[in-house]
Write a protein that binds this ligand. Sequence first.
Ligand SMILES: [Fe+2]
Length: 114
Amino acid sequence: MKFGEILRNKRAEGKEKHVPVIEIDKGSRKGVEIVRVIVGKEVPHPNTVEHHIAWIELYGVKENRQVIFLGKAAFAPTYTAPNIGFQVPTKEFKAFCALAYCNIHGVWENCEEL
Ligand SMILES: [Fe+2]
C-alpha cells in the first residue's frame, strides 16, 4: 500500500463533509494574510468524543514545488470546531494543501492553487 491510497478527497465525500476547505483572507488587517482551513463549512461535521475532526495540517507549495509544513491544529471534541487560521506570507506560495483527520473516516485532503 502507498500512503497516497489512504488519503480521501471530494470524490469520496458522503453526506458528512470532511474535505478541508481552504480560504485566503487578504483583507482583514493590512499586511496580514490568513489562510483559513475549515472542515464542515457548509454541513457541520459531528463534534462528539465518539466522532470528531481531531486535527488539521496546512502545507504550502512553492513555485519550485518545494513543500513547506506551515502548521497543525488539534481540536478538543465538543469544545473546539475544526476552523483554524494560519498567518502566512501567501505571496511566497503557488498553492496550499490541507489534511484533516476524522477519527472514524480517516485522512482527507484538499489543495487550492492561487
Ligand atoms: Fe467523520
